[in-house]
Design a protein around this ligand. Structure first.
Ligand code: HEC
Length: 202
């Protein structure tokens, strides 16, 4: 006979642990989400995603002088990372996040070298969503808000990434765990292969 106590015991012993397990086993969904006016919602859990690299004071323009030192950290959603490991390129619904932080020098016991400041200076997002964007990919820049408008395709983000990035408009040449995979799967872009065959003059 099933009485109330049995039901209660069942819930406590089976359902509760199952719910708790689900919460920890499955990270929050990482597909891109938009507002009704087509803005991208900030993927707030990106710090629990897969870490790709940290750039330090990277500059794409020899004349550019930055007044301060910067780190940039790149993360990707776990589903896309898994697909990249298998195929050497990005699936639909890939989200890459670049997070900029200022470099700090003196603090606590540190005497030399730099570490990352607690304040996030900028968050930029590169999304592959084939049904949403005619060019498949789109860029977004988040200031303080939780939503961002798409950066227009006339911006230099698109032209530099298209011309110089190693895999599908993303800078895999700077992501050390991914570059060997792209090489072995033969997914390097034509422009990047040309660049490594004929290195730019110094
Ligand atoms: C002149 C070239 C250039 C321009 C212009 C440029 N980027 Fe990038 N971008 C890079 C490089 C190089 C990296 C790799 C950074 C690293 O290794 O840390 C990168 C990485 C990124 C990433 C990480 C994911 C990826 O695609 O590899 C995002 C997001 C990003 N850039 C956003 C932007 C946005 C938004 C703009 C325009 C406002 C922009 N970029 C303009 C060169 C460029």
């Amino acid at each position: 006979m099933i009485n109330k106590t049995t039901v209660l015991l069942f819930s406590v012993m089976v359902l509760l642990p199952a719910a708790a397990f689900r919460q920890y086993a499955t990270p929050p969904s990482s597909a891109p989400e938009y507002t009704s006016d087509a803005q991208l919602k900030l993927p707030e859990h990106y710090r629990q995603w897969v870490y790709l690299t940290t750039g330090f004071d990277m500059s794409y323009n020899p004349a550019m002088q930055m007044g301060h030192h910067m780190f940039d950290n790149v993360f990707v959603n776990p589903e896309a990372y898994k697909a990249f490991v298998e195929t050497g390129t990005w699936p639909d619904k890939t989200i890459l996040v670049l997070e900029a932080r200022g470099a700090e020098g003196k603090g606590s016991i540190n005497q030399k070298g730099n570490y990352q400041g607690a304040e996030v200076m900028a968050v930029e997002v590169h999304v592959k969503d084939e049904a949403h964007f005619p060019g498949k990919w789109a860029f977004f820049g988040f200031d303080d808000g939780k939503t961002a408008k798409m950066i227009p395709t006339s911006a230099d983000c698109y032209s530099c990434h298209a011309a110089h990035a190693a895999v599908d408009t993303t800078f895999v040449q700077f992501y050390p765990t991914l570059l060997p995979i792209a090489k072995s799967k033969g997914t390097l872009s034509a422009s990047y292969q040309k660049e490594i065959a004929m290195p730019a003059e110094k």
